[in-house]
Write a protein that binds this ligand. Structure first.
Ligand code: SF4
Length: 236
């Protein structure tokens, strides 16, 4: 079910977000100077870039652009190359992800410009000694959730796209790909009613989206994203 909430006026600032959890004290004593949503997101990202809360995480904090078009993508965590390249999904999984978005008419540069790219954790967790990247632990996810919550309050997204099971688990009750991909879910997320269209993780290690029913469910999810009012307003 696709929600019918109309995109708000993107030039109107929402009420300033209250950074109540661990934002540097300076932000609570000096309210954001910018009055547009994009300006507030820029200010938010400046504070986020300085976050060093998780001792095991490897910086830098990886951020996208302050895109204020009502669409929020949530990845899992950056890999070893994203920090060096300075943007999320900058390596092989990103190639697959942007091929998916390209199939619905939006190339990488336009996507990066118009979709706010968040993640469950914004720093590289390091390698898992058993192979692959370390999965962020519960405490780290909790730390970074505060930043995500502030972004939802600022951006007020009408469309949320969690990518991969770790991200899906932050938004929906089930992270079983067969059960949730290919549907639009109307949920409350950080106090906001919004539409959620989950995608599988585009990792080369995953086979889910290459075989049935994953192929068909992924195609359905991409169709739902393309048809969503927020997507059409951003890219129409
Ligand atoms: S993962 Fe998130 S909360 Fe942890 S240090 Fe990086 S930006 Fe801060």
């Amino acid at each position: 079910m696709v929600g019918a909430n109309a995109p708000p006026d993107r030039h109107t600032a929402h009420a300033a977000v209250q950074y109540t959890l661990f934002t540097p004290a300076a932000m609570t004593t000096h309210p954001p100077a910018h009055t547009t949503i994009q300006g507030q997101l820029t200010e938010h990202m400046r504070a986020l870039a300085a976050c060093r809360r998780c001792a095991q995480m490897i910086g830098p904090v990886v951020l996208g652009q302050p895109a204020a078009h009502g669409i929020l993508q949530i990845g899992q965590a950056p890999g070893p190359y994203e920090g060096k390249l300075g943007r999320p999904f900058a390596w092989t999984a990103g190639k697959t992800l942007f091929r998916w978005y390209g199939s619905i008419g939006v190339e990488e540069a336009r996507f990066r410009e118009r979709v706010y790219m968040a993640a469950v954790c914004r720093c590289f967790p390091g390698k898992n000694p058993k192979g692959g990247d370390r999965v962020p632990n519960r405490e780290e996810i909790g730390h970074c959730r505060a930043w995500l919550s502030a972004e939802v309050a600022l951006l007020r997204p009408q469309l949320v796209i969690p990518v991969g099971k770790l991200a899906i688990a932050q938004v929906l009750e089930s992270d079983r790909l067969d059960a949730v991909v290919g549907q639009t879910h109307r949920v409350e997320f950080h106090g906001l009613m919004t539409d959620v269209v989950p995608l599988p993780h585009p990792s080369g290690l995953s086979t889910w989206f290459k075989v049935e029913p994953g192929k068909t469910l992924l195609a359905a999810a991409l169709r739902q994203i393309a048809a969503h009012p927020a997507w059409r307003a951003a890219f129409g």
